[in-house]
Design a protein around this ligand. Structure first.
Ligand code: AP5
Length: 185
């Protein structure tokens, strides 16, 4: 399953909860880069320089890291919730090719819709390094340009589930459960 939505829409919050309830792996690309940066690896520090400005990490780097995890988890028979990946059409195509080679497919793409004012409210309360007002504004613009087109990409594959992310964590969670009952096994 893929969690898709703007910064602050609640992808990570909802993915963490679903992964516990269904015992499926939660793979967050943002967390993977933040961990690499905290460990001080060369790739992690290069990524930090980008994500602190609200820029995307290059497709090649993201795909190498994320697809490696996906292959490993799939070989152990685990279901996966992807949070923050794919985030460009190039990444989505690479993921589709890799899943095809693994004889796997995407069950559902959970598209969390959220108002801009609510994004700004939530992220101003959180205060992560990339949550300053100007960086959030840029992250939203990057989302609109590079990530939003994925909604149509996955609509063409008939796997998109639309969720209203403006409500409480519990209400959003319940709506996801209701609408993905068949997909989450
Ligand atoms: P990433 O960590 O994925 O950041 P993001 O997409 O901007 O998402 P956020 O973590 O801000 O929001 P979220 O939707 O997960 O919401 P959350 O649950 O945290 O990526 C960070 C950076 O890494 C990117 O900018 C990029 O540089 C790089 N990167 C990552 N993946 C990449 C890729 N594939 N390609 C290229 N670069 C990549 O919630 C947000 C806040 O709201 C929290 O405080 C939470 O407690 C609160 N909240 C959540 N739900 C609710 C609710 N219902 N009501 C009230 N508060 C809520």
């Amino acid at each position: 399953m893929i969690m898709l939505g703007a910064p602050g829409s609640g992808k990570g919050t909802q993915a963490a909860r679903l992964s516990k309830e269904f015992d499926i792996a939660h793979e967050s690309s943002g967390d993977a880069f933040r961990k690499a940066a905290a460990e001080g690896t060369e790739a992690g520090l290069a990524a930090a320089e980008l994500f602190e400005r609200g820029e995307l990490v290059p497709d090649e780097t993201v795909c190498r890291v994320m697809i490696e995890h996906i292959v490993e988890l799939t070989s152990r028979g685990r279901g996966i919730l992807l949070d923050g990946f794919p985030r460009t059409l190039g990444q989505a195509v690479r993921l589709e090719e890799s899943l095809g080679e693994l004889d796997q497919e995407i069950d559902a793409v959970v598209h969390i819709n959220i108002d801009r004012t609510e994004i700004k409210r939530r992220l101003s309360l959180r205060g992560r390094a990339d949550d300053s007002e100007d960086v959030v504004q840029h992250r939203i613009a990057v989302y609109d340009e590079l990530t939003r087109p994925l909604v149509d990409f996955y609509r063409d594959r008939d796997v998109v589930v639309e969720i209203d992310g403006n409500h409480s964590v519990d209400e959003v969670h319940d709506e996801i459960l209701d609408k993905t009952r068949v997909a989450v096994r």
